[in-house]
Ligand binder design. Structure first.
Ligand code: FE2
Length: 366
């Protein structure tokens, strides 16, 4: 916490809402493949006419999957333009009115003025501002609410469930922005939301023979919200960031990193349920010991699963990246276990990007 008063105190990620083509089927994917638990529902049966939303939970992570029931709606337009993707990164605050006032007075673009929603469980205040592309940060104040999710939703408790896979909370969420826009959005998080930059990578850190990107990591004052911002950099071929921007038709959320305290168990379970991860060249593991020293996990087990390891001054981390989880090569997931390390796996970037380029080459988009 800096000496300056934090004008936007945030308790954590409240929820992540996706606009998708078929919320029912997407919900089943996250239940079956990722071990999310059904939590709440809103749709025709709850009085909505234009959309349906399924709410899922695992650990502290809440995903909302929303699709349009009508042809001409902001949801339908968003999904048509961007494909399935993240519309709302909702932040849990104690005061949604002041969050709105403070960010708007610093130059935010409004999505929604403070709105009060009520039901028999109390009231929730939400407000919202735009960030990069069409992505929105909602401020959610739920201190006077005891319901299951938000007013308007009813509990969803189907007979069919699958055990969770040990995902605990959102560690960080990464945005891809356009050429020369990284600094614009880093400044937005600094000036409008009071974040500070905690890390920066340039194209020398993150480049392969073919492609490059640059990244700055912005964090709020208590460190519960960390948003790396990527932009493409010149390379001999098309970078994964450009591929994302092409298929998403603009900036958007590239990946959500979800934490576990047993990555071997979590990833084994995800794989057995059909989640596909990037495969890392086995030579990566020939030098991993020299790079990170001794670790608690068996290298052979990590190698078999394709889990990456990196070390910083505070400790080490284990991480793995999924393939894109929808038709377009846009959003993917990271599974991360931190054993002291507070960084983002810089030592893995090269091996990782080479793996991504192999996938791009297969798609003909490198
Ligand atoms: Fe990440």
């Amino acid at each position: 916490m800096s000496l300056k008063e934090d004008f936007l105190p945030i308790n954590g990620t409240d929820y992540v809402e996706f606009y998708v083509g078929n919320a029912l089927q997407a919900a089943h994917y996250y239940i079956n493949a990722f071990g999310f638990q059904p939590l709440a529902y809103a749709g025709l049966e709850t009085g909505l006419k234009d959309r349906t939303s399924y709410v899922l939970k695992q650990g502290k992570i809440i995903f909302v999957l929303t699709s349009s029931l009508i042809e001409d709606s902001p949801i339908a337009k968003h999904q048509k333009l961007h494909g399935d993707g993240i519309k709302f990164v909702a932040l849990w605050v104690d005061d949604a009115r002041s969050s709105y006032k403070e960010t708007m007075s610093r130059g935010a673009k409004s999505f929604s003025e403070p709105i009060v929603q009520k039901d028999e469980h109390g009231e929730v205040v939400t407000s919202g501002i735009f960030t990069y592309g069409e992505t929105v940060h909602l401020f959610v104040e739920r201190k006077n609410y005891k319901g299951i999710f938000l007013p308007g939703y009813r509990g969803w408790n189907p007979e069919y469930k699958k055990p969770d896979v040990g995902l605990l909370y959102v560690d960080h969420m990464v945005g891809n922005v356009g050429w020369n826009e990284m600094n614009v959005w880093a400044k937005f998080y600094e000036n409008v939301m009071g974040f500070t930059q905690i890390v920066s990578f340039d194209d020398k850190d993150i480049s392969t023979d073919y492609t490059a990107l640059m990244s700055k990591v912005m964090s709020n004052s208590n460190g519960r919200i960390k948003f790396p911002i990527n932009e493409p950099a010149e390379g001999r071929k098309k970078s994964q960031i450009e591929e994302f921007l092409d298929f998403y038709n603009g900036p958007g959320v590239q990946h959500v990193a979800m934490a576990t305290d047993d990555i071997v168990k979590t990833v084994s379970e995800l794989k057995s349920r059909g989640v596909e991860f990037l495969s890392i060249p086995s030579v990566y593991y020939d030098t991993v010991f020299e790079r990170v020293g001794s670790i608690d996990e068996e290298i052979l087990v990590l190698k078999k699963l394709g889990i990456l390891v990196d070390r910083d001054d505070e400790g080490y981390l284990l991480q793995i990246f999924s393939k894109p989880v929808q038709d377009r090569p846009t959003l993917f997931y990271e599974i991360i276990q931190r054993k002291g390390a507070i960084s983002f796996g810089k030592g893995n970037f090269k091996a990782l990007f080479e793996a991504i380029e192999e996938e791009q080459a297969r798609r003909g988009t490198l």
